[in-house]
Design a protein around this ligand. Structure first.
Ligand SMILES: Cc1cc2nc3c(=O)[nH]c(=O)nc-3n(C[C@H](O)[C@H](O)[C@H](O)COP(=O)(O)O)c2cc1C
Length: 360
């Protein structure tokens, strides 16, 4: 298929990043982009994780589709799954613009959106309007900035959207809502997970089906934090962890003049850091909790590195800014070739292959 993105990129990048993003969402909503990626995937890419069968393990990370408006187009790009949100109970403006920055020389992005979104009511209506064959997707839920009980906000999101998505992500790792990341501490996380899983239990007791719940964590964690999170994940019935959100670190290697902007850094400079944390979480959980690897993926080799470090699935966002939707097909093709070259007949066989596969 002809990839037109290199031709349109100069025009897209001439816009300020947020306007470019909004124009992209509009074009996708209108269906102007058509079929963007290959729809048939190499069977080696098929995988089953937390009871869901994926045609391929490459997903669209949260934040691209904050209001669940382009779930079907995301699958047309070739993604095996998409994650919509973060959605908060009430609509929220987010921080003042500008709040999204391209670090072109670094193939990176900094954002400090602060959960701008149209709220649960709009999000729910979008999910109810989806066609039956819409492909696998997750609903990523968060808390309002001015909420007095943030844990209650997550529970509200899950109850409201229960049964409308294939999985939930509880996002406690955005650096742009002050204090949010404190929910990653052991006691707060235990309480949050307890309440969230109780909400699921209530729904199931009333006849609803089981929906997997994942927790999305930051890459800026100390070994002690990782060990606490692993303990909670293993002990609680959480179905998976997404590793990771954006970082508040600014590596010395950054070249762009935008590097000092406040917010979360994502894209290429996050790849090594987030993969290290992923491998540490895989080790700390003994491979017992499915992991989704995110952070800096821009090639089949990057996706493969995450899988070998312990990811059962991967997600990306920032690389799309530089490479466009054609990247998804390239990543899938190269990942399939890498798996086969190493003698793997499925993604699952390669999960954690680059670690000591310690089980405890
Ligand atoms: C502009 C932007 C907005 C984001 N918004 C969210 C969000 O609302 N919720 C969330 O869980 N992650 C959000 N993320 C984080 C991504 O989902 C992902 O975890 C992170 O960017 C690392 O992947 P990448 O390097 O491929 O972008 C956002 C990322 C970017 C670049």
């Amino acid at each position: 298929m002809l990839d037109l993105f290199p031709l349109v990129r100069p025009f897209v990048h001439a816009l300020d990043p947020e306007s470019a993003h909004n124009a992209t969402i509009k074009a996708l909503k209108l269906g102007l982009t058509g079929q963007l990626g290959r729809n048939t995937d190499d069977p080696v890419l098929e995988t089953t994780v937390f009871g869901l069968s994926f045609k391929n393990p490459v997903g669209l990370a949260a934040g691209f589709d904050k209001n669940a408006e382009v779930i079907v187009p995301a699958h047309k790009m070739g993604f095996g799954f998409a994650e919509a949100g973060t959605v908060t109970p009430r609509p929220q403006e987010g921080n003042a613009r500008p709040r999204l920055f391209r670090l072109t020389k670094d193939r990176a992005v900094i954002n400090r959106f602060g959960f701008n979104n149209k709220g649960l009511e709009y999000f729910e209506a979008r999910l109810r309007a989806l066609p039956a064959n819409r492909g696998i997707f997750g609903a990523n839920v968060g808390a309002n900035k001015d909420s007095e009980d943030r844990t209650a906000d997550y529970v509200t999101g899950i109850k409201r959207l229960y049964g409308l998505s294939d999985y939930f992500t509880v996002n406690i790792s955005s650096p742009n809502t002050p204090g949010l990341r404190a929910l990653q501490s052991k006691a707060a996380l235990e309480d949050l997970v307890g309440q969230v899983l109780e909400a699921r239990q209530e729904k199931m007791a009333a006849g609803a089906k089981f929906i997997p719940v994942l927790i999305k964590i930051a890459p800026d964690l100390l070994p002690a934090d990782i060990s606490d999170i692993a303990d909670v994940a293993r002990g609680s019935g959480i179905d998976g962890l997404i590793v990771s959100n954006t970082t508040i670190c600014r590596p010395d290697t950054l070249l762009s003049d935008k590097r000092a902007e406040a917010g979360g850094l994502s894209g290429a400079p996050l790849m090594a850091q987030s993969t290290e944390v992923l491998a540490a979480v895989y080790k700390a959980t003994g491979g017992a909790v499915p992991l989704v690897g995110a952070g800096g993926i821009a090639s089949g080799a990057d996706a493969y590195a995450k899988i070998r470090a312990g990811a059962s699935l991967v997600q990306l966002y920032s690389a799309l800014v530089y490479d466009g939707p054609g990247l998804v097909s390239t990543i899938k093709r190269d990942l399939a070739a890498l798996l086969k070259a190493d003698g793997f007949s499925s993604v699952r066989d390669a999960v954690g292959a680059g670690t000591s596969r310690q089980s405890s």
